[in-house]
Design a binder for this molecule. Structure first.
Ligand code: PLP
Ligand code: ZN
Length: 448
């Protein structure tokens, strides 16, 4: 089969193309972002039903590399990669579960959570990194003089880069903003043998520096302005539809920072539509932290102008980004998917995450932003009670326990409505019995 893909400039007036093994992150003609373009004529020679059957046969099988949620769709991702260059840790294929009790509490029946954080490095960033590192391995095998792969990060991209590079035996360099990531996120690239540069700046500051140092072609840039990442991440929407037996949900809510992931979500769904696997598109909602909300502000202005903001410190640290690289792509996606952008305050995101946890989830703060936005849009009537809604949970809550500890100790600057403090007691039967009695009488837990 001769499937092909290449980089193409997203500016319709330009449309310049570059092979996937060239070291370019932006259009050389007009500086616009690039995207991976596939040979649609070749892909559409196989019918929709045949694609669905192929993807189902491979899904979570042990036939390497096709059991991976990303590489099970290899022809749609990176058709020209040789199997021996694929660096896969069995990413994707993540849990999509019916959040029955939470849905009932907030008044939406058909609510599903896509747990993208239940994966190798604990966030959806694995989906894109397997593609990027595989392409780098192929380029090195062809003689490209790449010495290391580098990224700026709010903590999850760096963890994914470090682990995939370690698996491939390729050196990695990560630029991290000091004290703006969690302890788990700091120790991940340290443990995976990356060169960890811990800098007195924020993410946007790290991003500027990494763009400078990767002007040297021996240092390959792994940020999501490199559209290879988007190719892997676009499987999330495809996988959700596949998990619903090829039915399209009504609404998908996704937290957004640098805005690569919302663009990826849209790109996967559009490819499914173009190849006839689906006939309708869901509505896409981007959820932003109020303290890092440039997309929300632009949405208020109908996307007529874009102004970067100075992102302020937020509990949702992985989306503390004021100048999102993929802004243009995100706007294009939102226009195609009847999009909504909503924001959540610190109190709203922390309470929503905690409320979800009380129904059996273990949310990261970014998922908290998405859940808070769901609550607001339900209240505003922009999402209907009967809609099938999917919330994309972007990382595992265990990466963000500092935030949860502070919440449950009520050490945040707002009332923590769902805090549940441990009861410290002497190890005596009478004390334990008394505490038990008191707790059962004043049962704080909310009821159905
Ligand atoms: C990276 C990340 C996001 C934001 O994704 P973008 O592509 O930057 O918009 C959201 N949540 C978590 C946990 C992340 O790591
Ligand atoms: Zn161009």
């Amino acid at each position: 089969m001769s499937y092909r893909a290449w980089f193409q400039c997203i500016n319709p007036q330009c449309g310049a193309t570059y092979p996937l093994n060239s070291i370019v992150y932006q259009c050389q003609q007009c500086r616009a972002l690039l995207e991976v373009q596939h040979d649609l004529a070749a892909l559409s020679r196989r019918g929709a039903a045949a694609w669905m059957k192929l993807f189902e046969d491979r899904y979570k099988s042990t036939a390497w590399p096709y059991g991976s949620g990303v590489w099970g769709k290899k022809e749609w991702i990176l058709p020209q990669i040789r199997d021996e260059n694929i660096v896969s840790l069995y990413e994707g294929g993540t849990n999509l579960f019916w959040a029955e009790r939470f849905g009932r509490v907030i008044g939406v029946e058909d609510l599903w959570i896509k747990l993208c954080g239940n994966t190798h490095s604990g966030s959806f960033k694995d989906l894109g990194m397997t593609v990027l590192v595989s392409q780098v391995k192929q380029m090195i095998s062809e003689g490209a003089p790449i010495q290391a792969v580098a990224c700026a990060s709010t903590g999850d991209t760096s963890a994914a880069l470090a682990t995939y590079c370690a698996a491939a035996g390729i050196p990695s360099v990560v630029l991290l903003p000091r004290d703006k990531i969690s302890l788990a996120q700091l120790i991940q690239p340290v443990a995976n043998d990356a060169l960890v540069l811990y800098l007195d700046t924020d993410f946007d500051g790290c991003m500027k520096l990494v763009q400078e140092i990767t002007k040297d072609p021996t240092l390959y840039l792994a940020n999501s302005m490199n559209s290879l990442r988007v190719e892997g991440q676009k499987t999330v929407g495809i996988e959700i539809v596949q998990q619903f037996d090829w039915e399209v949900p009504d609404v998908i809510i996704i937290p957004g920072g640098n805005l690569g992931n919302v663009s990826a979500l849209g790109k996967g769904l559009l490819l499914m539509r173009d190849l006839g696997l689906i006939a309708t598109l869901p509505r896409i909602v981007v959820a932003q932290a109020q303290r890092a909300n440039p997309l929300y502000l632009a949405y208020q202005r109908n996307f007529e102008t874009f102004e970067p903001v100075q992102a302020r410190k937020t509990l949702a640290s992985a989306i503390q980004i004021g100048n999102p690289v993929s802004f243009e792509k995100a706007v294009r996606t939102l226009r195609q998917f009847n999009g909504i952008v909503e924001q959540a305050s610190e109190e709203e995101l922390a309470d929503a995450a905690a409320l979800g946890d009380r129904t059996g989830m273990f949310n990261c703060p970014h998922t908290g932003v998405a859940l808070a936005v769901l609550l607001k849009l339900l209240k505003a009537g922009q999402i209907n009670k009967t809609d099938r809604v999917v919330v994309i949970s972007t990382a595992h809550g265990l990466k963000f326990v500092e935030m949860k500890v502070k919440y449950h100790q009520r050490q945040l600057e707002f009332p923590c409505h769902h805090a549940n403090e441990p009861v410290e007691l002497p190890a005596r039967l009478d004390a334990v019995k008394e505490a038990l009695h008191k707790a059962l009488q004043t049962k704080r837990q909310f009821r159905r």
